[in-house]
Design a protein around this ligand. Structure first.
Ligand code: ZN
Length: 203
């Protein structure tokens, strides 16, 4: 399986990091070794001094596909949850300055935390999903899928023009504004609507 991530998919987040609003999805990937399930401990990476959380909606691919049309995209995923795209922001800033790839800052072990998946049902309005992240019981990020620059279905379609999607692949759909630093001892909990799906401690 692979983990595909979308960057800068919310206007306010692109601005808070001083980035331009993209005219097509920004894509990067994480390897399978980056996957961290809810309730497993996250160990602060020794190579970073500025670890950030990015809370995102995450989709689980349920059907193999390539060149998927946007109007058919909803047939290709059956699970959704909240996840955290852990980012070593100090490393990423260095790499960005040099124009180098982001993997060291974004794709390290356990950097892709995912919550418990819930089924995508016809009742779920994919253009109006609320999600949020709490750090030590205080809300730090809040988003809604309607604020996405590129919708869930257009992301699936775009990705599949470059990378075949396979059953079990995960897609991180981008983070809203409010990214911030976390430190050892922090308790992170993420919600999709009012359901707590992800909880972990930084060790
Ligand atoms: Zn992200």
């Amino acid at each position: 399986m692979k983990i595909i991530c979308i960057g800068r998919n919310y206007v306010e987040h692109a601005k808070e990091l001083g980035n331009e609003v993209p005219d097509e999805p920004v894509i990067f990937m994480k390897p399978k070794s980056a996957l961290l399930q809810s309730h497993a401990p996250f160990y602060y990476p020794e190579f970073s001094n500025e670890l950030h959380y990015e809370c995102e909606l995450v989709l689980r691919i349920s059907k193999n596909g390539k060149y998927i049309q946007e109007r058919h995209a909803s047939n290709y995923y059956n699970g959704i949850t909240v996840g955290i795209d852990f980012t070593a922001r100090d490393i990423q800033d260095e790499l960005k300055k040099k124009g180098l790839p982001w993997e060291k800052a974004k794709a390290f072990d356990n950097s892709a935390a995912v919550g418990k998946f819930i089924d995508v049902t016809p009742a779920l309005d994919r253009k109006n999903i609320n999600f949020s992240l709490f750090n030590n019981k205080e809300m730090v990020q809040k988003g809604n899928s309607k604020q996405m620059i590129f919708s869930i279905d257009s992301i699936i379609s775009h990705i599949s023009n470059y990378f075949s999607l396979n059953i079990g692949d995960l897609i991180f759909t981008g983070t809203p504004a409010g990214v911030g630093e976390c430190v050892v001892g922090d308790q992170l909990e993420a919600f999709l609507e009012d359901q707590s799906l992800l909880s972990l401690e930084i060790k």
